[in-house]
Design a protein around this ligand. Structure first.
Ligand code: UD1
Length: 334
């Protein structure tokens, strides 16, 4: 099976390409390096010892998609190509809606024209807004997103539902990621945030390595076990495997639109992360407690039952694995 992976050179995309290649899929990557380094392509080859086709370009450019679909018999698409920085999205809403929504519309129209009807879409737990019920199931209400990044994911989910209603020969899997962290166990690929990281684990890595002085923990007065925010962290390799499971589902089923949370089902607090990171890696993470970050919620974790029952997906890597692999990558790529 030949899979077009848009944004396949990025953090989650590159780990997914490794799993695809290791599972015998043929891979075609489209990426414009907007948030990834060119060297990653060679690293994917280094880990898997397998080759793939690569196209450099932006999905807004319909002609690049025409070229790809003409030159390759694509069976399915996994769409990762999007911007993902929440804070930046508030400052650049037009750029975010263009890059995260308009691109999908161009992709979908090309898929229709070339009769490619299997799609796995990268969504986010952020579509649940401030969740009404914890743990979160796929049936929980969506909406109430507080930034253009989250709203762009919500809108695309609606577009995909409308598309499926108009043409039920599509097979679509919407995957709602919780908090992906960690890196490939080889330490060859991992997360490369631009500038000062906004997310917790990349920040912790920079503090542990001495590049940043001190982690600010955003609030210790939440209604959680130790007052700090609780999230459902999932190892990026487990997340990547979730995409393989989703593809298998799309190949088996008659047709349908399916939505899955990809998560472990366990919530860890910010202090749990700091403590686990220090213990497993034998390093010190300086931190101070500061005020809450605007837009943060107290607790967000998933009920992972649906993905387990319908996809056979279980995230097996532990918090210790996530912390160890993130630090291994940080050390190898200083
Ligand atoms: C954020 C996004 C989410 C996105 C995800 C990507 C929001 C509302 N959500 O999730 O849409 O998919 O990133 O991984 O922004 N923390 C600190 N200090 C820091 C950084 C974070 O204390 O320097 C805390 C946060 O308050 C939170 C936890 O760590 O409790 C996790 O934060 P983060 O990694 O930014 O992820 P989310 O906010 O959950």
């Amino acid at each position: 099976m030949k899979i077009l992976v848009t944004g396949g050179n990025g953090y989650i995309g590159s780990h997914t390409c490794v799993e695809l290649l290791n599972n015998g899929y043929e891979v075609v990557i489209l990426d414009n390096f907007s948030n990834s380094k060119k060297e990653n392509l060679a690293k994917i080859k280094e880990i898997t010892n397998k080759d793939f086709k690569f196209y450099e370009g932006n999905m807004l450019d319909r002609s690049i998609l025409d070229t790809i679909f003409t030159e390759n018999k694509i069976d399915a698409v996994i769409d990762f190509a999007a911007y993902k920085a929440v804070g930046e999205s508030v400052l650049k809403p037009v750029e975010y809606y263009t890059n995260n929504i308009s691109t999908v519309l161009v992709l979908l129209s090309a898929m229709k024209d070339y009769n490619v009807k299997k799609l796995v879409f990268s969504s986010s737990a952020t579509v649940y807004g401030d969740p009404e019920v914890i743990p979160i199931t796929e049936e929980c209400k969506t909406g109430g997103t507080t930034n253009p990044y989250g709203t762009s994911k919500l809108f695309v989910e609606q577009i995909l539902k409308d598309l499926y209603n108009s043409d039920n020969t599509f097979d679509i899997a919407i995957l709602r990621y919780f908090n992906p962290i960690g890196a490939h166990e080889s330490g060859i690929i991992g997360e490369e945030p631009n500038g000062i990281p906004a997310n917790l684990l990349p920040y912790v890595c920079k503090v542990a390595s001495g590049k940043l002085e001190c982690l600010s923990i955003f609030g210790n007065d939440y209604d959680t076990k130790d007052g700090t925010g609780v999230r459902d962290y999932i190892h990026v390799v487990d997340l990547a495997i979730g995409h393989i499971k989703a593809l298998e589902k799309l190949n088996k089923e008659q047709h349908g639109l399916f939505i899955y949370n990809l998560a472990t089902g366990t919530g860890y607090s910010v202090l749990d992360i700091v403590n686990a990171f220090e213990k497993v890696n034998g390093v010190k993470v300086n931190y101070k407690i500061v005020g809450r970050r605007a837009g943060d919620i107290a607790t967000c974790y998933s009920n992972p039952t649906k993905a387990k029952e319908e996809l056979g997906f279980i995230a097996t890597r532990t918090l210790e694995d996530m912390c160890r692999d993130a630090w291994n990558y940080e050390q190898k790529n200083r």
